[in-house]
Design a protein around this ligand. Structure first.
Ligand code: KG4
Ligand code: ZN
Length: 342
């Protein structure tokens, strides 16, 4: 199974072999292209996916001496994401599948994130919870079974990763901001700034990060020109606020649902403070390795493998879905008999 990821600013290509797992995997990050604009420029993202996708498919297949006829299917990210960027991966993936006479499978990007840790770790018993935290989404999900996801909570404004990126911009740390803010926060004083913990006093499991970002902005403005110390302390205060908000909501959801396991995935799941704080929860907490937290083709190939085995196929007339609620996947299961298995 060939997997193609092109929903945002990473081109990810990987091969999943039944019985062996991921045997070849490559990711190209466009961070340098978008860095000077302080965020992803959709048109530049699409153009670079056009440049990279086919050469990367050739390179990845060459690494394991695979030929196109070895492929049993092609999975591509169908959404959610940037429409133009998605169209590149979907167009190439769908055409290749047609030319080779193999099935094409359109994958939901957030389902791929959710399944990523299962490339290495056995799935916990159903139902379990998943916290999916990326640049575009913050979702707390109850996994009834693979393919059937109930959204317990989500961000009502900025996603957690987006808040990291915006605070990084404010602190002049460049793009992508998450790892840079995390790095800055390491030496920061956690007691100096008490930023708000958004939505913690609200019932339910929704998140909000836009007010926190504004509080950080106002604090920075009040300080005027920022010293290195100021930037470290702000980064630390901000990171603590995001992490506490995420962890408390997970804790409440675990208790209320009685679930014993939590999968944490998406770019922000690479955050070391989030990981260490989550380890205090009374639950099995499962992450992918950090290179599989951020966007990659391996998770798409794996999700494609699971869906191919369950009989999924995408029609010739493909469409991408820049907005696509994860909960809709359940309605798209052909019958309750269909089981997605790793
Ligand atoms: O999953 P991902 O690669 O792309 C999307 O699907 O959006 O997530 C990217 C997001 C970015 O906002 C990035 O700043 C954030 O994940 N991120 C982090 C860390 N590494 C990546 N945020 C906090 N700490 C990190 N170590
Ligand atoms: Zn992602």
């Amino acid at each position: 199974m060939l997997g193609i990821e092109s929903s945002c600013d990473e081109t990810g290509i990987a091969i999943y072999e039944t019985g062996k797992g991921i045997t070849a995997d490559a990711v190209f990050s466009q961070a340098e292209i978008h860095g000077k604009y302080g965020g992803v420029v959709p048109e530049l993202a699409s153009r670079d996916h056009i440049r990279k996708t086919v050469p990367m498919i050739r390179e990845v297949m060459g690494r394991i001496d695979a030929t196109p006829t070895d492929l049993d299917g092609i999975a591509y990210t169908q959404g959610p994401g940037l429409a133009g960027a998605l169209l590149v991966g979907a167009g190439i993936g769908r055409s290749l599948a047609w030319a080779l006479g193999v099935p094409a499978i359109g994958i939901h990007h957030m389902e791929a994130h959710l399944l990523a840790p299962l490339l290495e770790i056995q799935a916990p018993p159903f139902p379990f919870l998943a916290l999916l935290v990326s640049g575009g989404h913050t979702l707390l999900v109850r996994v009834e079974t693979f393919g059937a996801y109930e959204i317990l909570g989500q961000s009502v404004d900025d996603a957690a990763g987006e808040a990291f990126d915006k605070v990084a911009k404010l602190l002049d740390l460049g793009y992508p901001g998450g790892p840079k803010v995390a790095q800055m926060a390491r030496n920061g004083d956690s007691k100096r700034f008490a930023f708000p913990r958004p939505m913690l006093n609200h019932p339910g499991y929704d998140f909000s990060f836009s007010g926190l970002k504004t509080a950080v902005m106002l604090q920075a403005r009040q300080l005027g020109s920022l010293t290195e110390r100021d930037r470290e302390d702000i980064a630390r205060g901000f990171e603590e606020a995001v992490v506490e908000t995420l962890v408390v909501k997970c804790q409440r959801a675990l208790k209320a649902t009685g679930c014993g396991a939590l999968i944490v995935s998406g770019g922000v799941a690479a955050n070391a403070r989030l990981r260490s704080t989550l380890s205090s929860l009374d639950a099995q907490v499962i992450y992918p390795p950090t290179h599989l937290c951020v966007d990659n083709g391996a998770m798409v190939a794996f999700a494609g493998h699971m869906r191919l085995q369950a009989g999924f196929r995408s029609p010739l007339a493909f469409r991408v879905r820049s907005r696509w609620p994860l909960s809709q996947l359940k309605e798209e299961l052909p019958s309750t008999e269909v089981k997605l298995l790793p």
